[in-house]
Design a protein around this ligand. Structure first.
Ligand code: GDP
Ligand code: MN
Length: 382
């Protein structure tokens, strides 16, 4: 789960990292009041789950309550790369001497955390790595051993950081590591990490992603979920407790069992199609569960056909077939639905669908045939 900048900064402060003083505002008046309270120059920052706000007009340095009110007026409701701005963060402007980059991510391939640092920050890490590869240092951290001073020293020396800053940088990374582990994050990024005129490190931005599966251990972080910021289908799936992941293709996919659904995605891709989602209905044979699943899938306008992949085990194919029929009839779905039934009572299941199924229901015996049929039917709707 991604957090907003102001939420990430709250967690940063809880581990002792410095951030500018700020207030969150949902209206231009609240923004003006915050600026008056902070005094002097302030920065108005759009709170959306996307980077590059600076270039998109989502970060403005202004002075005084009136200028803050107009900047907030302009920013609130703005669409930044498909994300609507509902809140702005008003912060006391900082005295920037240098912009640097610091992050810790979960490196799944290495089964370790990986810390990155560059004395040249501000731009995206991809850009730093392309334009200043020698100035971007990386170090892996064994999760069982944790953070040690030598990790910070290596980052500092390899990236060519000024010697006087090695010790203070160690303090930043030690705290950043604490934030990463305490909140079970998958990513913590400070870009820019600034050095102020008085020689202090301050986190001017915060990117914070936590492992959604660990949220039950962190009530205060779980409450930071912003339903307005999440994808509408994923939001619906969350409400209905359905295991759903949005992808960007045109073939809606559902099946019983995570492994089966994952292979279905591969088979669809192999047949030349692109899956619109991952959805595991679990043991779901009940019409109500299938209705829930189909509601989520069909609410995605990109979906042109639905591929239902069922392997009958404990849940028998004839039960699933009845559930599918009831759900499809109840919802009045018009687009093609391809059903692959295999396993226990497959013949009965297929017979039920063949007898009672509407014209837009296609029954196939193998995954590959069903995937090919789905791809063919998408091409016809285009
Ligand atoms: P992002 O573009 O979404 O990553 O937003 P950031 O929070 O990183 O801000 C983008 C840029 O705005 C930073 O790299 C800074 O150069 C600038 N900026 C942000 N806050 C301040 C500030 O307090 N004072 C000044 N002068 N510039 C700021
Ligand atoms: Mn940034």
């Amino acid at each position: 789960m991604d957090l907003h900048e102001f939420q990430g900064k709250e967690l940063f402060r809880s581990v002792g990292l410095s951030t500018p003083h700020g207030r969150v505002a949902e209206t231009p008046d609240e923004a003006a009041a915050a600026a008056a309270e902070l005094g002097g120059r302030v920065v108005v920052k759009a709170q959306v789950h996307v980077g590059g706000r600076g270039k998109a007009g989502g970060v403005k340095v202004v002075k005084g309550a009136d200028a803050t009110r107009s900047a907030a007026e302009e920013m609130l409701g703005m669409d930044i790369k498909g994300h609507i701005v509902y809140r702005v963060l008003i912060e006391a402007a900082s005295d920037i001497e240098q912009e640097m980059y610091a992050s810790i991510i979960l490196d799944r391939g290495a089964k370790k955390a990986m810390a990155m640092f560059s004395p040249m920050g501000g731009m995206d890490v991809e850009e730093i790595s392309r334009t200043q590869p020698q100035a971007l240092a990386r170090v892996h951290v064994d999760p069982l051993v944790g953070w040690s001073d030598y990790h910070s020293r290596r980052l500092a020396f390899e990236s060519g950081l000024n010697k006087d800053l090695v010790r203070p940088l160690g303090g930043v990374f030690f705290r950043l590591w604490n934030a990463f582990t305490r909140y079970e994050a998958t990513l913590v990024e400070i870009n820019p990490l600034i050095l102020t005129g008085s020689g202090d490190f301050v986190a001017l931005d915060a990117k914070f992603s936590v492992d959604g599966n660990s949220l039950y251990r962190h009530g205060e972080v779980a409450e930071m979920r912003d339903v307005r910021a999440s994808d509408p289908q994923e939001q619906l799936a969350h409400e209905k407790s359905v295991t759903y992941v949005k992808l960007d293709g045109s073939i809606g996919v559902l099946g019983n069992g995570a492994g089966l659904v994952m292979s279905t995605l591969d088979v669809v891709a192999d047949a030349g199609g692109s899956p619109a989602n991952f959805l595991d209905v679990g043991g779901g044979a009940k019409a109500s569960e299938i209705v829930d699943a189909l509601e989520i899938i069909t609410s995605d306008a990109k979906v042109k056909t639905i591929f239902f992949n069922i392997f009958g085990g404990i849940t028998r194919c004839d039960e699933v077939a009845r559930g599918v029929l009831t759900a499809v009839e109840k919802m009045g779905i018009q687009m093609p639905i391809i059903v692959r039934l295999d396993g226990t009572n497959e013949a009965e299941g297929r017979a039920i669908l063949a007898d009672a199924g509407p014209d837009n229901l296609y029954v196939e015996a193998t995954m590959l045939d069903a995937a090919r049929r789905a791809v063919e039917l998408v091409a016809q709707t285009a």
